[in-house]
Design a protein around this ligand. Sequence first.
Ligand code: OAD
Length: 400
Amino acid sequence: MNRSSQPPVPGGRLTEPAERLDSVPGPYGKQRRKQTDSALAPDLSQMSMSGQDTLNNSSPFASAVKSSSRGGLASVARLVKLGRCKNVVVVAGAGVSTASGIPDFRTPGTGLYANLEKYNIPYPKAIFNIDYFSNDPQPFFSLAKALYPGSHRPNYIHYFIRMLHHKGLLLRVYTQNIDGLEKLCGIPDDKLVEAHGSFATAACHLCYTAYPAKEAKQAIMNDKVPICTFCAATVKPDIVFFGEDLPQKYFLNTQDFPKADLLIIMGTSLQIEPFASLVNTVRSPVPRLLLNRNAVGPFKKVPLRRADHMELGDLEETVRRFAEMLGWNDDIEELMRSQETLSLPTLISSPLSVDQTSCQSRGAPAGTETSRSRAGGQRGASSGSEETDSKSSASSSQST
Ligand code: OAD
């Protein structure tokens, strides 16, 4: 992707919460990380709610909010079955892929940001900071060897999103994930916004001249630095770093969110802007359903907005229950079987087993280094009869 032709769009730059420890140089250790985590908490509250009425573990309102969310899933399922939700927007984060064995970013202990010691960086998010990369690309390139598409498979949650499309109900999925699993499960390009980019393309980090993604990968895998043929600066995969603009496609949100009649937010801490604020741009009567382990963003506020619902717990388990309520479970299982049979031969064995093993020994889940599906597999998986699917399934959704 040559982004030099795309002028920066106001409000479209990837940013972290206002208070940053990023700018504090020096080695980080357990104590520093702890400070980072706790220092971020107040910022998140400020982002979308006042400190007084936010939900935290010690809040006396915590149980009230949890119980008020009971039945939320069933209420939303009822709306879908009644045909009231035909323009569903899904907002997704790393929690969607943990069931595929890919760690999220911020879960204490297992999250990526808690496991970066070996990269010798001054603070965890430096690894995705464009200015840091410009000065020293090595830490990111070392991590990228593990991040590149490879050995992980889409899970039930990805296929649930695909089923929304299959039923003709998905307006768009906005994902922050760079693992490519949405594509790999067969969600077509026109339904997918990879808001934080992907490994599918590469470009110069300075002049944005496009560079063949395959060659960039080859260089990185062989501990070489890919160099821009135009300005000789360092090339990187088109993952959006802190301080960079989001892809142009992200701005479809200005059309989509006002049109949405249901927003499903899954597996994200809603900490990173501008993505996090998207959830506040649907019309106020539109139901918003949060499926996550914990309350995040505006769902920490007491009381919840009238049309807000949340179901807290393990995401895959919750999505399975939701699918059961909708009568979609068998369809999803069948879709998974057929899609996995179709795309399994495209898998390559991961060259990253050493990294994975070392992370597992720190107690992280299997395949704990973020690993991504390969481009060939994505293309194969996302091709197919999506238009037919949508049309035929639109009618099938009426009967559920
Ligand atoms: P985070 O790690 O910040 O948040 C993941 C959320 O998913 C957390 O609230 C977890 O509790 C929840 N979660 C994880 N596993 C779950 C499970 N099995 N069931 C239920 N909930 C679960 O990840 P993101 O919000 O996606 O940016 O992070 C946003 C961005 O921050 C990323 O795209 C990345 C990072 O810096 C870049 O790298 C540019």
